[in-house]
Design a protein around this ligand. Structure first.
Ligand SMILES: [Zn+2]
Ligand SMILES: [Zn+2]
Length: 342
């Protein structure tokens, strides 16, 4: 079968036509015929050697994918042909973190056992996953929409961490890559209207317009000139310096939501007096613990009003076009690339 394979020893990618087809091994295995499979910012970090991933042998990356059931083990509840989406992360169910419902802190599971990072993922025509990580898609959600379920599950966890968010609060979203756009769609769905989006790449800012939210779209230099203050800042950039600058734009009682992953080498200085004086809160958000049911709920509620590849700046590519996908992503002409696998 076709796959885009990552070699952790040489930090290189390769398109393969004859990667071995997965088979049911365990009774609870599901073989998913992948239809949509995203390229995530984390994948770019992995390819650059900035984020840990398996080096054991070359394997297909891809931790954001949807498709249909191709085959299933004897004890599986899934049936051939069912539309499904896969949560790449799971709990170990043994440590206190997992048993408390926080598998994002787990030292063996969570991000340490992710499908597409530590085992064969979805940049392939087929992949094998345990059924505990498989979710049936209710109508009318399409596998195309569910290609964004994993990033939405992370945003859903971030939304929970940032809550309560009151309608009427002044919110700043920093960074209008796909994560910024997904936040924009979720905030708008929930009724938030006083939202500003800051992004330095003007073509990305143009993409946000497609969501027709009426949100204020500006570049960081405008933000710096205005010196307006916000109740909530959602930083989707993964850049330490951005936090250092934007932290100054919080109003009394404000919350700074640091969404996603900065490279571990980044630093940001903040002023502790400001934290005291304004009673500020810093909120970290890591992956998507038990957030798939909520993300599926979001997909259903948002429908094509929001979850539309054109509106979100998502472009699809064949597996063989992986180089073009990565180039377009780096150039910022698209917000996100997904493989459409037929
Ligand atoms: Zn991801
Ligand atoms: Zn655990």
């Amino acid at each position: 079968m076709e796959a885009v394979v990552f070699d952790g020893k040489t930090l290189s990618l390769k398109y393969e036509k004859n990667y071995p087809m997965p088979k049911v091994i365990n009774d609870d295995d599901v073989i998913v015929k992948v239809e949509y499979s995203g390229i995530c910012g984390t994948d770019l970090h992995i390819i650059q050697g900035e984020f840990p991933a398996s080096k054991e042998r070359p394997f297909p990356l891809g931790h954001e994918f949807s498709g249909v059931v191709h085959d299933a083990g004897k004890k599986s509840i899934f049936k051939k042909g069912q539309k499904v989406v896969v949560d790449p992360n799971c709990a170990c169910n043994l440590c206190d973190f997992c048993r408390n419902g926080n598998y994002q802190y787990c030292t063996t599971a969570g991000i340490n056992s992710t499908v597409g990072i530590w085992r064969d993922g979805g940049w392939a025509q087929y992949t094998r996953v345990p059924q505990i990580q498989v979710f049936a898609l209710p109508e009318p959600i399409t596998t195309e929409q569910a290609g964004l379920c994993e990033p939405y599950s992370c945003v859903s966890h971030g939304f929970d961490r940032a809550s309560p968010l009151f309608v009427g609060q002044k919110i700043l979203v920093v960074g209008a890559g796909i994560i910024g756009n997904l936040w924009v769609s979720v905030l708008h769905l929930h009724g938030h209207r006083d939202v500003t989006v800051s992004e330095m790449n003007k073509s990305r800012l143009e993409i946000v317009k497609n969501l027709e939210t009426g949100y204020r779209l500006i570049t960081p230099d405008v933000l710096a000139q205005e010196k307006q203050l916000y109740d909530v800042i959602i930083d989707c950039t993964g850049v330490g310096k951005v936090m250092e600058i934007n932290f100054n734009y919080l109003i009394q009682g404000g919350k700074y939501v640091l969404f996603g992953c900065c490279p571990p080498t980044h630093q940001a200085s903040v002023n502790p007096f400001q934290i005291y004086d304004k009673e500020l809160t810093i909120i970290g958000v890591k992956i998507n613990p038990f957030s798939f049911p909520k993300a599926i709920g979001l997909l259903k509620a948002m429908g094509s009003r929001y979850v539309d590849y054109k509106k979100l700046g998502v472009k699809t590519y064949a597996l063989a076009e992986y180089k073009k996908a990565l180039d377009d992503l780096k150039a910022g002409t698209i917000a996100k690339a997904l493989f459409k696998i037929v």
